[in-house]
Design a protein around this ligand. Structure first.
Ligand SMILES: [Zn+2]
Length: 332
């Protein structure tokens, strides 16, 4: 199945909204997490929503976001050819300051959807900036996510907002109407970064109010929750019932990545670090000592497979919770 555009993604979300399930939008910055996610989607017969931020693109491009995005987008497209589900790429939290990057992404069709986040601006500025992106993407097959309200926490390696500002349902209607955005990210109590389900005062009632207000005004806009890493299963279930179709997860995968690598290296320390009393001769690559490092443990592919396996396991559970399992619209 080739990598798919926003036109197909729109169908995927609309089917999900109709049937009360959703997708975990999973952040990537490099191939290990990416491949773990592909394996999870295949096993669970789910379509796959990947996402990359500007800084993840920069990371992949050694400082140049467009280079990084081109490389990763191609990587995804090549991988997707070998799988039997729909694979999509969303651009996460692009800002007004990334406008050239946004336009290049649209011109070169490097993604399926783009999130324009002008939520820190005034309402009027947010409308203007978001609409500029919607207008530019017209006819490209790329769909646009906007954000209204402020989500607390650390996003994309910077503190975005120290305080949460909840989304107002009437403003949400006006925002969707005036911008023409296809998806709306709302602030209802979730936090970017590390947060705990028990500490999150999730306003499910507000999710429902926003969805009801949009529906009454004739909009069928799928809602998006950012900062979902700390949400527990019953919290996810409730928001899915109230019109949320996309739950963003980044932090959770980062932790599982680090945990898998840590556990593997801790367990195989003796294959990598010389024992007490043996000269730590890295420069001479231990040519004068009896001890040698064990290649079958330090080859980066070995730890990478563990990482992919852990990401796969985590993603599979999350896909179950979101309800996208066995729902791929593109399986043969
Ligand atoms: Zn976010």
């Amino acid at each position: 199945m080739p990598f798919l555009s926003g036109t197909e993604l729109e169908k995927v979300y609309s089917e999900a909204k109709e049937s009360g399930y959703g997708f975990i939008a999973s952040n990537i910055a490099e191939p290990n997490t990416l491949i773990g996610l592909f394996e999870a989607a295949e096993e669970k017969k789910s379509d796959l929503v990947l996402q990359m931020s500007n800084s993840a693109s920069k990371f992949a491009g050694d400082g140049n976001p467009l280079t990084g995005l081109r490389a990763m987008s191609n990587y995804i497209q090549e991988l997707a050819e070998n799988y039997d589900f729909g694979a999509f790429l969303n651009m996460d939290h692009l800002k007004e300051s990334n406008m050239d990057f946004i336009k290049a992404t649209i011109d070169e069709k490097l993604a399926s959807s783009i999130m324009i986040d002008a939520s820190k601006k005034t309402f009027e500025e947010n409308v203007k900036i978001s609409k500029e992106v919607v207008d530019y993407a017209q006819g490209s097959g790329i769909i646009i996510e906007g954000e209204l309200g402020k989500i607390k926490g650390v996003e994309d390696e910077e503190t975005a907002s120290a305080e949460a500002f909840y989304t107002d349902p009437d403003e949400a209607v006006e925002f969707v109407d005036r911008t023409g955005i296809d998806l709306l990210a709302v602030s209802v109590g979730t936090q970017h970064g590390v947060s705990k389900g028990k500490d999150i005062e999730l306003r499910e009632d507000l999710v429902k109010k926003i969805d009801d207000a949009l529906t009454d005004a004739g909009f069928n806009t799928p809602l998006v929750l950012h900062g979902s890493s700390g949400l527990v299963e019953n919290q996810i279930k409730k928001v899915l019932d109230f019109g949320v179709c996309k739950l963003n997860k980044d932090t959770r995968y980062q932790y599982e990545y680090a945990r898998a690598a840590y556990e593997f290296y801790a367990e195989h320390k003796d294959s990598i670090i010389p024992p007490e009393g043996v000269k730590d001769d890295r420069e001479g690559f231990f040519s004068d000592t009896d001890w040698s490092p064990v290649k079958s443990d330090f080859d980066p592919r070995v730890v990478s497979r563990k990482i992919r396996g852990e990401v796969k396991k985590t993603a599979s559970n999350l896909f179950e919770q979101a309800g996208s399992v066995n729902k791929s619209l593109y399986m043969e």
